[in-house]
Design a protein around this ligand. Structure first.
Ligand SMILES: Cc1cc2nc3c(=O)[nH]c(=O)nc-3n(C[C@H](O)[C@H](O)[C@H](O)COP(=O)(O)OP(=O)(O)OC[C@H]3O[C@@H](n4cnc5c(N)ncnc54)[C@H](O)[C@@H]3O)c2cc1C
Length: 66
Protein backbone atom coordinates (compact mmCIF):
# COMPACT_ATOMS: atom_id res chain seq x y z
CA UNK A 1 0.00 0.00 0.00
CA UNK A 2 2.86 2.36 0.88
CA UNK A 3 4.63 1.61 -2.42
CA UNK A 4 1.44 2.18 -4.40
CA UNK A 5 0.65 5.46 -2.62
CA UNK A 6 4.21 6.83 -2.72
CA UNK A 7 4.84 6.05 -6.39
CA UNK A 8 1.48 7.44 -7.51
CA UNK A 9 2.25 10.58 -5.47
CA UNK A 10 5.67 10.82 -7.15
CA UNK A 11 4.09 10.57 -10.62
CA UNK A 12 1.37 13.10 -9.85
CA UNK A 13 3.64 15.60 -8.09
CA UNK A 14 6.48 15.43 -10.62
CA UNK A 15 3.99 16.15 -13.41
CA UNK A 16 2.57 19.06 -11.43
CA UNK A 17 6.09 20.40 -10.71
CA UNK A 18 6.98 20.13 -14.40
CA UNK A 19 3.90 22.08 -15.42
CA UNK A 20 4.41 24.75 -12.75
CA UNK A 21 8.00 25.34 -13.89
CA UNK A 22 7.11 25.35 -17.58
CA UNK A 23 10.15 25.22 -19.88
CA UNK A 24 12.54 25.29 -16.88
CA UNK A 25 10.97 22.06 -15.64
CA UNK A 26 11.95 20.40 -18.92
CA UNK A 27 15.54 21.64 -18.73
CA UNK A 28 18.30 19.40 -17.32
CA UNK A 29 19.50 22.38 -15.28
CA UNK A 30 16.82 21.49 -12.73
CA UNK A 31 16.17 18.22 -10.85
CA UNK A 32 12.50 18.30 -11.82
CA UNK A 33 13.39 16.95 -15.27
CA UNK A 34 14.87 13.81 -13.67
CA UNK A 35 12.00 13.36 -11.19
CA UNK A 36 9.57 13.55 -14.11
CA UNK A 37 11.49 10.82 -16.00
CA UNK A 38 12.04 8.61 -12.95
CA UNK A 39 8.49 8.70 -11.52
CA UNK A 40 6.82 6.48 -14.17
CA UNK A 41 9.51 3.86 -13.65
CA UNK A 42 8.70 3.76 -9.93
CA UNK A 43 5.12 2.76 -10.88
CA UNK A 44 6.54 -0.26 -12.79
CA UNK A 45 9.45 -1.57 -10.70
CA UNK A 46 8.92 -4.13 -7.92
CA UNK A 47 5.51 -5.04 -9.30
CA UNK A 48 3.45 -2.64 -11.38
CA UNK A 49 0.87 -0.52 -9.59
CA UNK A 50 -1.90 -2.24 -11.54
CA UNK A 51 -0.89 -5.56 -10.03
CA UNK A 52 -0.39 -3.93 -6.61
CA UNK A 53 -4.01 -2.79 -6.75
CA UNK A 54 -5.17 -6.33 -7.56
CA UNK A 55 -3.12 -7.82 -4.70
CA UNK A 56 -4.31 -5.20 -2.19
CA UNK A 57 -7.97 -5.54 -3.19
CA UNK A 58 -7.82 -9.36 -2.96
CA UNK A 59 -6.42 -9.10 0.58
CA UNK A 60 -9.03 -6.53 1.61
CA UNK A 61 -11.83 -8.78 0.33
CA UNK A 62 -10.33 -11.85 2.06
CA UNK A 63 -10.01 -10.01 5.37
CA UNK A 64 -13.50 -8.53 5.19
CA UNK A 65 -15.87 -11.31 4.06
CA UNK A 66 -19.50 -10.27 3.65
C1 LIG B 1 13.41 -0.41 -13.05
C2 LIG B 1 12.70 -1.70 -12.81
C3 LIG B 1 12.88 -2.33 -11.59
C4 LIG B 1 12.27 -3.54 -11.34
N1 LIG B 1 12.47 -4.11 -10.15
C5 LIG B 1 11.91 -5.29 -9.87
C6 LIG B 1 12.11 -5.93 -8.61
O1 LIG B 1 12.82 -5.40 -7.74
N2 LIG B 1 11.52 -7.09 -8.37
C7 LIG B 1 10.72 -7.70 -9.30
O2 LIG B 1 10.19 -8.79 -9.03
N3 LIG B 1 10.51 -7.13 -10.52
C8 LIG B 1 11.07 -5.95 -10.83
N4 LIG B 1 10.87 -5.36 -12.05
C9 LIG B 1 10.02 -6.06 -13.02
C10 LIG B 1 8.68 -5.40 -13.08
O3 LIG B 1 7.96 -5.64 -11.89
C11 LIG B 1 8.00 -6.00 -14.30
O4 LIG B 1 8.37 -5.16 -15.36
C12 LIG B 1 6.54 -6.13 -14.07
O5 LIG B 1 6.29 -7.32 -13.39
C13 LIG B 1 5.74 -6.07 -15.35
O6 LIG B 1 6.13 -7.14 -16.20
P1 LIG B 1 6.28 -6.83 -17.75
O7 LIG B 1 7.25 -5.73 -17.95
O8 LIG B 1 6.55 -8.16 -18.43
O9 LIG B 1 4.87 -6.28 -18.20
P2 LIG B 1 3.55 -7.10 -18.49
O10 LIG B 1 3.36 -8.15 -17.46
O11 LIG B 1 3.53 -7.43 -19.92
O12 LIG B 1 2.47 -5.94 -18.20
C14 LIG B 1 2.28 -4.84 -19.08
C15 LIG B 1 1.26 -3.92 -18.47
O13 LIG B 1 0.04 -4.63 -18.26
C16 LIG B 1 -0.35 -4.56 -16.90
N5 LIG B 1 -0.94 -5.84 -16.48
C17 LIG B 1 -0.38 -7.07 -16.58
N6 LIG B 1 -1.20 -8.01 -16.08
C18 LIG B 1 -2.30 -7.35 -15.63
C19 LIG B 1 -3.50 -7.75 -14.98
N7 LIG B 1 -3.74 -9.04 -14.70
N8 LIG B 1 -4.39 -6.81 -14.65
C20 LIG B 1 -4.17 -5.50 -14.93
N9 LIG B 1 -3.06 -5.06 -15.54
C21 LIG B 1 -2.13 -5.95 -15.88
C22 LIG B 1 0.91 -4.26 -16.12
O14 LIG B 1 0.60 -3.56 -14.92
C23 LIG B 1 1.68 -3.39 -17.10
O15 LIG B 1 1.24 -2.05 -16.96
C24 LIG B 1 11.46 -4.15 -12.33
C25 LIG B 1 11.27 -3.49 -13.57
C26 LIG B 1 11.88 -2.30 -13.81
C27 LIG B 1 11.66 -1.62 -15.14
Amino acid sequence: MAKLFATEAAAENSLEAMRIHGAYGYSKEFNIERYYRDAPLLCIGEGTNELQRIIISRQLVARNPV
